[in-house]
Design a binder for this molecule. Structure first.
Ligand SMILES: [Zn+2]
Length: 126
């Protein structure tokens, strides 16, 4: 584990305050539609189109956080690829960890991606 989820309750100087956990802040910025649809990130975006959220003291890609919230830690060295090719999408069913090499080789192959995407969506979201 590289880091831990933030705790709900934070004690500082003898005062206990409620800190919104990352998960709560994350879903507040997602426009969730049907399980097969793209879930649009409504927060900040990087120039490349990726959603952004601050977590663990730095700016993170929102789709990576989506994966971690739903599926768990991303194995070292893997990138989270968008099967739907929509960089602003954070639907975990549309995301898949791949090596950088796979990500480059895969390129744009919409037909193959969408076939896989439909299959995966049903197994993840029930
Ligand atoms: Zn999508």
């Amino acid at each position: 584990m590289r880091w831990r989820w933030p705790r709900f309750w934070h004690r500082a100087g003898g005062v206990t305050t409620k800190v919104a956990p990352l998960e709560e802040r994350f879903w507040a910025r997602v426009r969730r539609s049907g399980p097969l649809e793209c879930w649009e990130w409504t927060g900040a975006h990087a120039p490349q189109g990726y959603g952004q959220i601050r977590a663990y003291g730095k700016t993170q890609n929102a789709h990576r956080i989506a994966w971690e919230i739903v599926r768990g830690e991303i194995p070292d060295g893997l990138q989270i690829d968008h099967l739907c090719r929509n960089r602003g999408c954070v639907n975990p069913a549309h995301l898949e960890p791949v090596t950088q090499r796979e990500n480059i080789l895969r390129g744009e192959s919409p037909a193959a991606n969408w076939a896989r995407l439909r299959r995966d969506a049903y197994t993840i979201i029930t």
